[in-house]
Design a protein around this ligand. Structure first.
Ligand SMILES: CSCC[C@H](NC(C)=O)C(=O)N[C@@H](C)C(=O)N[C@@H](CO)C(=O)O
Length: 719
């Protein structure tokens, strides 16, 4: 087949990869019926080979009826690469900024700044204060919270460790003759012999993050204090003030007996704590033996909500919404786990990482984004009744992310497989159906794939077990060819990772790129994906390598049956568990797939058990209960090997391209290297690309672009 040229592929990549992705967006009331929208975006810069960050501001006015009036784009795009966290104060008059700057010697320093509407009014060099290590800015632990009196800032940072010195460091022998006592007092505590003690961190994408503690900056004094009374052996994150600033509430993850990788894993044992700053007493609010996260107070401070799910089993699960009445301490499950959604009760349950801090429409209603089958949608939850109302469900945009709410003005971000991110505002009706929102865009999507159409098909599994659980596939096809029969197109079948994650009908860069270049794409949300009920998730552990494989195959055959695709030119792709599946497909259906492209694939669960940062996933997905002291039996190893792609290596014929991140702690590169070597030893065509300084996602701008071009040339060479 004459595929588009490499030059065309480069051009298409430059266009599609230029789409900015939203990092954060907030509303500020700047006058009667006047609001400013501040949004922070991340965009690939292929020339500078980095992701640039920039801020955009829009002005939104409400008319006399309280509906959206004007939307003004002052065109103020400002690049801001040193900002790590930004948080507006409750009054909206001040803005706190955590900034990372390299000094003249190239050393990184972190500053906490406070700006008013005229200038910077506070500037604290946190590094120089030396009260703690690096401030956390990540999505798991990070936080930056104003006290209600706007005189203090709360954040989390690495706990300061005693200085480790050598037994043989002469400068440490005894104090000075003049003042042996004062010298000893003046210095920070030092420990001999600890220079090389292994300090375990929280794994993939959280390297060097060991023991975060809450830190309080007093803006009047410029001093930072670490509260006393913290629980031992707990990593603190997501800290917020109690409504009267008398204490803090935070999520604490257990460090013992050892940490397991935290990112992409919402099943780590944790608790919600309340620390009273004056009495230094710390109590747990949540029940023990769970995985909890994202504490948020109601506007009237009467209620605290947080998310809860089991700390055993799958890494992503359907969660509960818990309401904790602050005064009475009464705790209530206000939204429970959904096992099987039905036509009558289609709500599939809650699949939420963290609430937005401003998620309250009023003291009884919260707004949250959650997976709803193959869509990301915004729902309103009445936390007294548990009633769920879906606010977004139109045919044009499949992915909606809630950003902020002020009074009844809601800010959201939406996209689809053919349209990149677009900020929209709307007014939630005071009366009647709150889902009747007239959304108004603040700008046009920067990328619109006008020659691609997308759809979602629902499939019933063919296997006897779990057959009452359906699954979905997102299909992208070139518009030019959508109805015609004369030219059959090549197909790429894509499996997502996780395995408990999901393809959402939002902007999908790689599928959109390949569709632009003449391929039909099938993104398979196989059984076990989130957003379809807990029963679907629970149906996969113990059946990885069979149920997920059969669902991917069923999706491929369903697309072929639609008549658009040349069944002799089918390729398979996927990363991580998606790589597990793509290497399974070429082993179990060796004549069906003519090429395989895979990123950081899991190829041997048995081998993976003792490498990588989440050994528990290996056992869970192989259908075994994980225990921190586990020493697997020979039978357990056999079971993990037999459900792995390596068990099918002798049948593989498809030319296979592997792309590995050298720093990947989630799926260590050895998994891909060994699979590559096994193929070479069997004379199967294979190519391995190793990306230095890249980890599990391989998302450094140069590496990502190189991956795409190698994927394109590999597939076009072999289809
Ligand atoms: C033993 S690691 C199993 C694979 C891994 N699972 C977790 C819980 O990390 C995995 O599949 N990770 C996915 C989050 C993943 O990489 N998914 C994406 C890429 O980010 C994908 O390509 O689907």
């Amino acid at each position: 087949m004459d595929f588009p040229s490499v030059e065309r592929a480069v051009k298409v990549y430059r266009e599609c990869a230029s789409a900015p992705s939203l990092s954060s967006a907030s509303l500020q009331k700047t006058g009667d019926s006047v609001f400013s929208v501040h949004s922070t975006w991340s965009q690939r810069d292929l020339e500078r080979e980095c992701n640039i960050k920039y801020r955009q501001t829009h002005i939104v006015t409400l008319d006399s009826n309280g509906q959206i009036g004007d939307v003004i784009d002052p065109g103020t795009n400002t690049e801001l690469n040193s900002e790590q966290l930004v948080r507006w104060s409750p009054s909206g008059k001040l803005k706190a900024v955590l900034r990372k700057i390299k000094d003249k010697k190239g050393d990184e320093k972190q500053y906490l700044e406070v700006w008013n509407n005229i200038a910077k009014i506070h500037n604290i060099n946190l590094t120089a204060l030396d009260k703690h290590g690096k401030v956390y800015e990540d999505g798991e632990f990070g936080c930056l919270e104003w006290s209600s009196c706007e005189s203090q800032l709360l954040y989390v940072a690495e706990k300061k460790q005693p200085k480790a010195v050598s037994y043989f460091d002469k400068s440490k022998e005894g104090g000075s003759e003049e003042n042996p006592e004062t010298d000893a007092k003046k210095k920070d505590p030092e420990v001999k012999g600890d220079q090389f003690v292994h300090r375990q961190d929280w794994g993939e994408l959280l390297v060097g993050k060991h023991s975060p503690v809450p830190c309080i900056l007093n803006l009047q004094t410029g001093q930072v204090t670490i509260p006393e009374g913290l629980p031992n052996d707990v990593s603190v994150g997501q800290a917020i003030w109690t409504p009267d600033d008398s204490g803090i509430v935070f999520t604490g993850w257990e460090n013992e007996p050892y940490r397991l990788g935290l990112i992409y894993c919402r099943n780590r044992r944790s608790a919600i704590y309340h620390l009273d700053l004056s009495s230094q007493t710390c109590n747990t609010i949540s029940i023990t033996g769970q995985s909890v996260r994202s504490p948020v107070f109601s506007p009237d401070a009467s209620k605290l909500i947080y998310i809860q799910n089991s700390c055993h089993g799958p890494h992503m699960q359907c969660a509960q919404l818990i309401v904790y009445h602050w005064e009475s301490k009464e705790t209530k499950v206000t939204v429970d786990i959904v096992q099987r959604p039905t036509e009558g009760r289609p709500f599939p349950g809650l699949y939420v990482g963290r609430f937005e801090q401003q998620c309250w429409l009023d003291n009884e209603t919260i707004l949250v984004s959650t997976a709803w089958r193959s869509s990301q949608t915004i729902i309103a939850i009445n936390i007294c009744t548990g009633e769920v109302t879906r606010l977004t469900n139109g045919p044009d945009f499949g992915s909606w992310m809630f950003c902020d709410i002020k009074q009844r003005l809601i800010l959201a971000c939406r996209s689809s497989p053919t349209r990149s991110a677009q900020l929209v505002v709307g007014v939630i009706p005071q009366e009647g159906d709150i889902s009747c929102i007239n959304w108004k865009p603040l700008h046009e999507s920067s990328v619109i794939l006008s020659d691609v159409i997308w759809s979602v098909i629902t499939l019933k599994p063919k296997t006897e077990q779990g057959s009452d659980i359906d699954f979905e596939t997102i299909i992208l096809k070139p518009k030019a060819n959508s109805g015609s029969q004369e030219k059959k197109l090549p197909l790429i079948v894509w499996a997502h990772g996780g395995p408990h994650s999901v393809f959402s009908t939002g902007y999908l860069l790689l599928p959109g790129l390949f569709c632009q270049l003449g391929f039909v794409i099938a993104c398979v949300n196989y059984r076990g994906s989130i957003g379809f009920g807990q029963a679907s998730i629970d149906s996969l552990p113990g059946f990885v390598g069979t149920h997920d494989v059969k669902d991917v195959q069923a999706a491929a055959e369903a697309v072929i049956e639609q008549g658009l695709v040349d069944r002799e030119r089918v390729a398979v792709s996927g990363g991580s568990h998606g790589g597990f599946l793509s290497t399974h497909m070429i082993g179990q259906y060796p004549d069906f797939y003519k090429a395989c492209i895979t990123r950081n694939p899991v190829t041997n669960l048995a081998d993976k058990l003792f490498c990588g940062d989440i050994p528990d996933l290996t056992m869970t997905e192989a259908g075994m209960d994980f225990d921190f002291k586990i020493a697997p039996s020979a039978e357990m190893y056999a079971k993990m090997f037999n459900c792995s792609p390596m068990a099918h290596i002798d049948k593989v014929r498809a030319p296979t391209l592997l792309m590995l991140g050298s720093d990947d702690l989630r799926v260590p590169p050895q998994q891909g290297i060994r699979y590559h070597e096994m193929l070479k030893a069997r004379g199967v065509k294979t190519r391995l690309l190793m990306y230095p300084d890249n980890s599990h996602p391989i998302n450094k701008v140069d590496a990502e672009a190189d991956c795409f071009m190698n994927m394109y040339t590999w597939i076009t060479e072999h289809l």
